[in-house]
Design a protein around this ligand. Sequence first.
Ligand code: FE
Ligand code: CA
Length: 527
Amino acid sequence: MSSPISRRLFLALGASVVVAACSKSDDGASGDTVSPTPTTSPEVPTTSSTLAPAPFDVDPFTLGVASGDPSTTSVIIWTRLAPDPSNGGGVLEEEVPVRWELASDAEFTDIVSSGDTIASARYGHSIHVDVSPPAGVVAYYRFRVGQFTSPVGATRLAPDASSTEPVRIATASCQNYTDGFYTAYDDMVKQSPDLVVFLGDYIYEGGIGTLGADTVRLHDSDEITDLVAYRNRYALYRSDPLLQNAHAACPWVVTWDDHEVENNYASLTPQDVADTDGFVARRAAAYQAWWEHMPVRLDPPVDENLSIHRRVTWGGLLNMLVVDGRQYRDDQACGDAVLQVTPACDEAGDPNRSMLGPEQETWVAENIGGSAIWNVVANQTVMTDIRLGAAVLNYDQWDGYAPSRDRLLESVASADNLIVLTGDIHLAGVGQLTTTADPTTSRGIEFVTTSISSSGNIDASTEALLVALPNIIDAEVTHRGYTLHTVDATSWTADYRIVDNALVEGSAVTTWKTFVVTAGSPTVTTV
Ligand code: FE
Ligand code: CA
């Protein structure tokens, strides 16, 4: 390809940039708090009715509530006690008892179950409770400590396999706090999805930064490397009321990408050789803080590893595999070059290299398929093949691990109706998934959601070049937003919701385009 195009593609397709960012914001608002409830609850049968006094005198529920990983019988509800959220949390006791309550109504006049659990210092006084609300309806949950009551969250179970009731799923990724406001989440809540799937880059690890045209608010510490700093960073992000509201609105299914630890790390290899010392401990701290703040059905980490790949089903419609493309991947090939227009170095085509690691690759192959109508991979980095001949534009994406991608796609049957949900690259895109051996046959569709707030990597002038690539069906590179998927037994409809200007609060959110995939045919129609 010509060098001017190369340069523009470089700008367009470059690896995620760690945006130097910044210092402290503000508002720390917590979500809506329900009116105080009596300290005795005669309708609660499962626990003693009297709450012990709180061991702090300010509201510990500054980070809101969340739920996630719904199964057909239970769902995880989450909160973290943090009366001083930007300073390690501020709870001095080793253990604090917390009551949880589950009700059929948002006013908690009909509490269907409740119990007591312990928030411990070991995990930052976060709690993850596996609860069983009634099937088929929205249920409400909250937490109480002493005189303090948390905001109320809404959640639900996944329907069982006999159901093909349509489901609405929002996908989101890349929410750099400094780069923009969370207006996309405000619109998402208004659209009331059944489920949110978060695809990575929940936090960014960079330092404070400087306010400017593209930096609307600041981080409150230098680059984060230890447990307290990672906790404080999650607390800063979760202080945003729009993000809190989105977590409270419905269950989430969350995976991670690189910035939850460090830009473009691979397994235990940091981005820069200079960061090697201490990286095992750094990753362990980052993984623990992620676990502490996410409503995940996972055991807490006990060492530097944390297995997060898992399956979530939704009725007879969805078999969703949530994958981890960071923890087990081989280091990026060819020195992690961002754009290489000459043929890739031999390493990129080495069949022994893997994006998911051998064990997770086998797990995907064994768990994709079955009776669900749609097979979904909730994934970090772009899977659509955009290699230019043998040249790889971004070694951090699946193009840098093509044999690993081929193995995945070859394990999927055409009847499996493969949909890959992706984030990472801060643009809206739709691609068709093909193998190296058969580069013109679509084996599934990838919906790449744009970033919630992280600034775009791509110049608008290169959009047409992107769209001209054979496997890219469409792309929009200049807006932030999310994607709202409506799925039923015969069709998958993806509405790309985009924020007019995420650099100002309260900007309008509209639909860029709507794409439809019909079950049985891995092609896309633009509505
Ligand atoms: Fe990102
Ligand atoms: Ca990323």
